[in-house]
Design a protein around this ligand. Structure first.
Ligand code: ATP
Length: 320
């Protein structure tokens, strides 16, 4: 279906004969694929003796829609879309082990075993969300990976802002929140030895069309459509996040990254409750270091270092 869609996407009338010649398939096969696209929600007019005209594109996650007009240098250089997977991070790790390149993107319409930090689950119900994972093969030592985790949050927050205009912020370490509730979780996984990172899989789960938030996350979660009051496009968000990924890479190179991260942070400068294993303490989030550590000044005046792997951080009055 992706090949036919590519021919129709420019929005001009294309004859069945031209499509069948370009793709090397019969006119009947063209018709079959047009029918399959219509079944997915595409509206395609058949114009007498002229050909086909695409008049409506539904918000389905297909690689030809994501790559059309994307124009990034490397982010999303190859895009693989799936209807349902256990976890896009898991699928991409397998591809990475088989040699997939820097910038390979895996997207799914549903995850049946999405994961968050510390083995927690991540819900990605069918047709409502984006599950996406991007493969990075950076030449950096493992100690620098925490900085990329912060960078992934910046890329997703910027992408969401660009498409929706919503004030997406970052709750340390890497949840994206809108109006105090979580719309996205990010999970980076790496394969490395002591000196070198072999690859990083940067995964994000974004709630887009979720209107009925599942009971177990209702207190802390929201979706982009709920916050906007109207639907937004999942395809446009994936594209915007890919572009913002390259913009964020530029920020890392020109030295302005941490100041951009700080302006997007909804944690910095705020009172927080740090929930570690066997201990909870409160204080003010004073600084986020480049190694990803959160510095919290406690009520006694001392500063404690909080590592992302170990804790949940909450606002004193609510989630943020
Ligand atoms: P928090 O700080 O919110 O406790 P976390 O950063 O420790 O979360 P993550 O790994 O980011 O946790 O996400 C896992 C948690 O997010 C789950 O335990 C669940 O509470 C919540 N969650 C799961 N699916 C979604 C979703 N689609 N939208 C928002 N929150 C979700």
């Amino acid at each position: 279906m992706d090949d036919i869609l590519k021919a129709l996407l420019p929005g001009e009338i294309v004859s069945g004969a031209r499509i069948s010649k370009a793709l090397g398939i019969t006119r009947a096969a063209v018709w079959k694929r047009i029918t399959a696209l219509r079944e997915r929600g595409f509206v395609i007019d058949s114009l007498d003796r002229q050909g086909y005209l695409l008049v409506h594109v539904p918000d389905v996650l297909m690689s030809s829609l994501i790559t059309y007009g994307l124009e990034t240098k490397w982010a999303g250089s190859q895009v693989f879309c799936y209807e349902s997977v256990d976890s896009t991070n898991r699928v991409l790790r397998t591809m990475a082990a088989d040699g997939a390149g820097h910038g390979t993107l895996v997207v799914a319409n549903e995850q049946t075993g999405g994961r968050g930090r510390r083995g927690r689950g991540w819900l990605t119900p069918k047709d409502t969300s984006i599950a996406m994972s991007l493969l990075l093969r950076p030449e950096i030592p493992p100690a620098k990976v925490a900085l990329l985790s912060l960078a992934a949050s910046v890329a997703v927050a910027k992408g969401i802002r660009q498409v929706t205009g919503l004030e997406a912020g970052i709750k340390w370490p890497n949840d994206i929140v809108v109006n105090g509730k979580k719309v996205c979780g990010i999970l980076l996984e790496m394969d490395a030895d002591e000196q070198n990172v072999h690859y990083i899989v940067a995964g994000a789960g974004i709630n887009v069309h979720l209107m009925d938030i599942p009971e177990e996350i209702r207190a802390t979660a929201t979706s982009l459509d709920l916050e906007l009051g109207h639907p937004c496009s999942r395809v446009e968000i994936v594209k915007a996040v890919m572009r913002a990924t390259e913009e964020t890479e530029n920020l890392l190179h020109d030295g302005s990254f941490m100041s951009v991260y700080e302006t997007l942070s909804v944690t910095l400068g705020h009172p927080v409750s740090v929930q570690a294993v066997g201990e909870t303490f409160t204080g003010t989030a004073e600084q986020i270091r480049e190694d990803g550590v959160l510095m919290v000044r406690t009520e006694s005046g001392s500063v404690r270092e909080v590592m992302a792997g170990d804790v949940s951080v909450r606002g004193l009055m609510g989630y943020v």
